[in-house]
Write a protein that binds this ligand. Structure first.
Ligand code: SF4
Length: 501
């Protein structure tokens, strides 16, 4: 997941909005960040590795030096923005998403004479440069963006800056979001609406899936009709990824988490379950826990507090053991609150189970908790994301490990484990609970998760839990490329597949 932000200033300098607007995307977990501005003599850009230092101090110098009426930027995992000089003029691109068939597209473009200069530190070609190259071959920016949508397998939302302003395009399935705001100085487009209030922007439009808008100092204009079908934004945007102050499709993230916790509490109440205190794993479990506490009447407490001054970033390290270590070091237990209590601990999800196991065993039980009951805001994760960068593999998911224990080996058909409440599902959940050391474990079911979000089930992406993509692809539009679409990496539903990301 990356965050992208663009700004267009009526007064001629967007850099303050760009700098602070991008900074509000720092929670998205990052390796690199970049900004580009359009000015008279062309496009100026700055890119930094921010693994060791936060965005704002790293870009302070650029902020003081750069200026221009239009700007775009990104906080993400690749080296961006890219800048291209083409027959369409000079333009710059940032993107958020993941392209499965990147290698096939690169091979075809190279066979047709394209060369790529933006090599990443791991020697791979920049996906954003591939996107820019596809755009450059079209007769217009809009046609180029449509070609990107038609050719890629996966999900891409992007910003393209030209002398005319900033083109904003949301991916055709709507997995990621883009929202346009206006303030006294102009317009901005953002992944997270959290960036808007303190910069004085009010939301004036949310791009629909497939939408293309142009923002400039003069105003905004829609350049392409959106796909009228219902988009499928990532359900995790509400459950985990987005900052609580953000709204997606007009639905606030924090409120969705309250509803999620309340629905879990109702299921516990119906089962006659109670406890002494409710808590949330900081930070993304807190909203769910508040919702649970308010609905159940069980007091909210903080048996685990997060030490933030020297640990500014949440899931930055790419090495799992380092991530686990940092997650554990950040959380400090308070024995006086924990001792002799029956504790409900809410979290957004269980990925590998290593972090929650440490919390249960090494922070709560060791400090005298009488019982620990884990409540999770989504169903058991069974498939790695196929629409964004994912650090998880199928085999390492806690639910897959539980199935492997129950079956004695990996099995090709896991469909029996998908139905909430079925005997295999209950055995799988019991095995996960045992693995993490919890006295009980309750997962939100799909229907309640959609209800908490406030959209119909078919209106959110649920691939992580179902293995069903629900993609709505059509035939690619022309631009001289006719890629073989049969190369597509298989993601068969309900089977033990290869590492997806
Ligand atoms: S596969 Fe999972 S993480 Fe990826 S977009 Fe769909 S719901 Fe979100």
């Amino acid at each position: 997941m990356s965050g992208i932000f663009g700004a267009a200033s009526r007064k001629g300098n967007c850099i303050q909005s760009l700098y602070y607007g991008l900074d509000y995307h720092s929670h998205l977990g990052t390796d690199y960040a970049g900004m580009a501005v359009y000015r008279d003599r062309g496009i100026e850009r700055k890119i930094h590795d921010i693994r060791g230092e936060n965005f704002r101090p790293k870009f302070r110098h650029a902020y003081e030096k750069m200026s221009g009426p239009y700007g775009i930027g990104v906080i993400g995992y690749d080296i961006q923005p890219v800048v291209l000089s083409s027959r369409l003029g000079v333009f710059s691109v940032v993107m958020n998403g993941y392209i499965h068939n990147l290698d096939a597209i690169i091979a075809r473009l190279q066979s047709e004479g394209s060369t790529f200069a933006e090599i990443q530190p791991d020697s791979t070609i920049s996906p954003a440069e591939v996107v820019a190259e596809i755009i450059s071959r079209a007769d217009s920016l809009e046609a180029g963006i449509l070609s990107v949508f038609a050719l890629i397998e996966g999900s891409v939302s992007l910003l393209v800056m030209t002398k005319d302003g900033v083109y904003a395009a949301r991916d055709r399935e709507g997995h990621s979001t883009l929202v346009i705001g206006e303030n006294g100085d102009g317009f901005a487009v953002t992944t997270e609406t959290t960036a808007f209030p303190n910069l004085g922007y009010r939301t004036i439009a949310e791009l629909a899936p497939g939408d293309i808008f142009l923002i400039s100092g003069q105003g905004i204009s829609r350049r392409c009709g959106a796909d009228p079908r219902l988009g499928r934004p990532c359900a995790f945007l509400w459950i985990y990824t987005s900052f609580p102050a953000s709204s997606i499709e007009g639905i606030n993230v924090e409120q969705a988490r309250y509803r999620s916790g309340a629905l879990l509490a109702r299921r516990d109440r119906a089962a006659g379950f109670t406890a002494d205190i409710v808590s949330g794993v900081p930070d993304s479990g807190v909203g769910h826990a508040i919702g649970y506490a308010n609905e159940s009447g069980i007091p909210y407490a903080r048996p685990l507090v997060k030490y933030t001054p020297s640990w500014p970033r949440s899931y930055m390290p790419s090495v799992q053991t380092t991530r686990d270590l940092i997650a554990s070091m950040k959380l400090i237990a308070i024995p006086e609150i924990i001792r002799d209590k029956r504790i409900v601990l809410c979290d957004d999800s269980i990925v590998r189970g290593t972090q929650i196991r440490r919390m249960v065993k090494e922070k709560l039980l060791v400090n005298g908790a009488r019982e620990v009951h884990i409540r999770i805001a989504c169903p058991p994760l069974l498939f790695p994301c196929i629409y964004n960068e994912s650090t998880r593999t199928t085999r390492e998911l806690a639910a897959r490990k539980a199935i492997r224990i129950l079956e004695g080996s990996d099995i090709p058909d896991i469909s029996g484990y998908l139905a909430t409440g079925s005997a295999p599902y209950r055995r799988m959940v019991a095995a996960i609970a045992q693995g993490i050391g919890a006295h009980s474990l309750l997962y939100q079911d799909l229907e309640d998760m959609a209800e908490a979000i406030g959209r119909p089930l078919e209106g959110v992406c649920t691939y992580c839990w179902t293995g069903l993509s629900g993609e709505r692809r059509e035939h690619p539009v022309g631009m001289g490329l006719d890629l073989d679409r049969n190369h597509r990496a298989p993601h068969p539903p309900h089977t033990e597949g290869p590492e997806a990301a």
